[in-house]
Design a protein around this ligand. Structure first.
Ligand code: AR6
Length: 165
């Protein structure tokens, strides 16, 4: 698997699948989630509603992932995953690693070969960047997947520097 990193807005990317740092409601939010729904259009929310009324009536659990159309984005699918909120008193690292593993598992189910990830949980969910980068890279490197390229799309220079280091 090829691992690439770049600084930018994930909604500008062309890939088979773009991963969304969602919340369990799947009904949108701020950060990456807001940008993806804004740019991708209502088709994404329509699919999310279908998922909520079928498989995940109580919401998508933390650490799990599901796929929808990518609407107007330059991808075939958006894979929505729910990162854990950072806690200084409870180790939730495994849930964060699970977001990456489960997203890649869904990508394999879809046959997606190129997948773009944001730095899950490092925004509104406040996970410290250095630690999040270590967990993300370890999870992706050790994943058993057919995905050929994993691209980390880091929004600002600080995140890009931490991930590349
Ligand atoms: N492209 C790439 N990265 C981005 C973009 C973008 N367009 N926008 C922000 N980031 P966040 P979380 C970076 O907050 O911490 C939402 O309300 C950002 O700088 O998007 O997992 C959801 O609905 C940060 O490094 O996701 C949830 O409620 C990283 O992406 C909650 O936020 C993740 O920041 C999820 O919080």
């Amino acid at each position: 698997m090829r691992l690439t990193m770049l600084q930018g807005d994930i909604t500008d990317q062309t890939a088979d699948a773009i991963v969304n740092a969602a919340n369990s409601s799947l009904m949108g939010g701020g950060g990456v989630d807001g940008a993806i729904h804004r740019r991708g259009g209502h088709a994404i929310l329509d699919d999310c509603r279908k998922i909520r009324s079928s498989k995940y009536g109580k919401g998508l659990p933390t650490g799990k992932a599901v796929a929808t159309t990518a609407g107007n984005l330059g991808a075939r699918w958006v894979i929505h995953t729910v990162g854990p909120v950072y806690s200084a008193t409870e180790d939730r690292s495994d849930l964060l690693a699970s977001c990456y593993r489960e997203s890649l598992r869904i990508a394999d189910e879809l046959g997606a070969k190129t997948v773009a990830f944001p730095a899950i949980s490092t925004g509104i969910y406040r996970w410290p960047l250095e630690d999040a980068a270590r967990i993300a890279l370890e999870a992706v490197r050790t994943a058993d997947t057919q995905v050929e390229e994993v691209r980390f799309v880091l929004f600002d220079k600080q995140a890009y520097d931490v991930f590349t280091r």
